[in-house]
Ligand binder design. Structure first.
Ligand code: NCD
Length: 329
């Protein structure tokens, strides 16, 4: 039996405006490379409206009757719960599958079969998977929109969108800023996606990492194609004073083939109140979280610590994305 309807416009109703002006209707969100500056402005405009709506009314019925499957093959707290909250605040419903070992995946079901099953019951699939390209594979088989919630060391496009939205809401602009990425730039998928998105703006990017955790060469060359230079350092001291956004990451223990290598670099950097003495007064500190020691809790009360606010911005961006791919924004 075929599950219908096919990928693409399905709903005749668009409360936020004319359906023809819903550019993401029925689309997958797989990679930041699919977005133009214009797209980003559109997404952030909708996210900003979502922020205002949540402040005013908390929840509303924009996606009433719609169902989202949240299919997570890797651990998650923020990404999964913010997508769940986003769907519920928009009046929709959710089928959460976090423990894939309790689903038919543990019987050996393939990803294409699992998504073709789920799309019979839902309108959109949010997928986190340990393999690079898993969401693209899922999207090839699914007729309903697939949203990449992290594919191994590949990309994390919705995180990068919320990171950029955080910068805009906190600092009012992106153009002209100096962003310093710190930590595990090799395995951290959030910095892979964010570096590319930032390259669409006139920014300066500093990459600070241990020698064995440098930003992959293909990402460096992609951003250089956009005429952005990425200066590389192993020491934060040289980059910190000029930094407007300090983006700290966790060393991704689960991605190391040799755990002895992890042990060497796991404590490479720790941001403390002492570190911040050399930083700008108006700088913001971001982190996709979870943190495991790279930002001391003594920093949390510093007004520059934006990482808890960043999580909240994620809710608005994910609300915007769900509304958009379901043709309601
Ligand atoms: C990140 C991830 O899963 O890539 N977390 C998140 O989505 N907020 C970063 C990490 O796990 O270190």
């Amino acid at each position: 039996m075929e599950c219908l309807p096919a990928k693409g416009p399905v709903s005749p109703h668009l409360p936020f405006g004319d359906q023809r002006s819903a550019p993401f209707y029925g689309k997958d969100i797989l990679s930041v490379k699919q977005f133009t500056r214009e797209d980003l402005e559109y997404i952030f405009g909708v996210a900003h409206e979502m922020r205002e709506m949540v402040a005013r009314v908390g929840s509303f019925d924009l996606l009433k009757g719609k169902i989202m499957a949240s299919l997570f093959y890797e651990p998650s707290t923020r990404t999964s719960s913010s997508f769940l909250s986003a769907m519920k605040r928009l009046g929709g419903d959710v089928i959460p599958i976090n423990e894939v070992r309790y689903s038919s995946v543990s019987k050996g079901e393939s990803l294409p079969d699992t998504v073709r099953t789920l799309e019979c019951y839902v309108d959109v699939i949010v997928l986190r998977h340990p393999e690079v390209g898993a969401s693209a594979l899922a999207a090839r088989y699914a007729r309903k929109p697939v949203i990449n919630a992290g594919d191994g060391v590949g990309e994390h496009p919705t995180q990068a969108l919320l990171d950029l939205f955080t910068i805009i809401e906190e600092l009012g602009r992106v153009q002209g800023l100096t962003v310093t990425m710190l930590g595990d730039l090799k395995y951290g998928r959030t910095v892979h996606s964010l570096a590319y998105l930032l390259s669409l703006y006139g920014v300066k990017i500093n990459f600070v990492s241990p020698e064995i955790l440098k930003m992959p060469a293909d990402i460096l060359s992609q951003i250089e194609e956009k005429e952005i230079t990425g200066a590389e350092f192993t020491d934060l001291d040289q980059a910190l004073p000029e930094t407007d956004v300090l983006y700290v990451t966790r060393v991704q223990k689960e991605r190391f083939e040799d755990i002895a290598e992890y042990e060497i670099v796991k404590n490479a950097y720790t941001i403390t109140p002492e570190t911040l003495k050399a930083a700008k007064e108006q700088m913001i500190i971001m982190h996709p979280l979870p943190r495991v020691g790279e930002i001391s809790i003594a920093v949390d009360d510093d007004p520059r610590a934006a990482y808890f606010r960043q999580m909240e911005y994620g809710l608005y961006v994910r609300m915007a994305l769900l509304a958009m791919v379901l043709g309601k924004a």
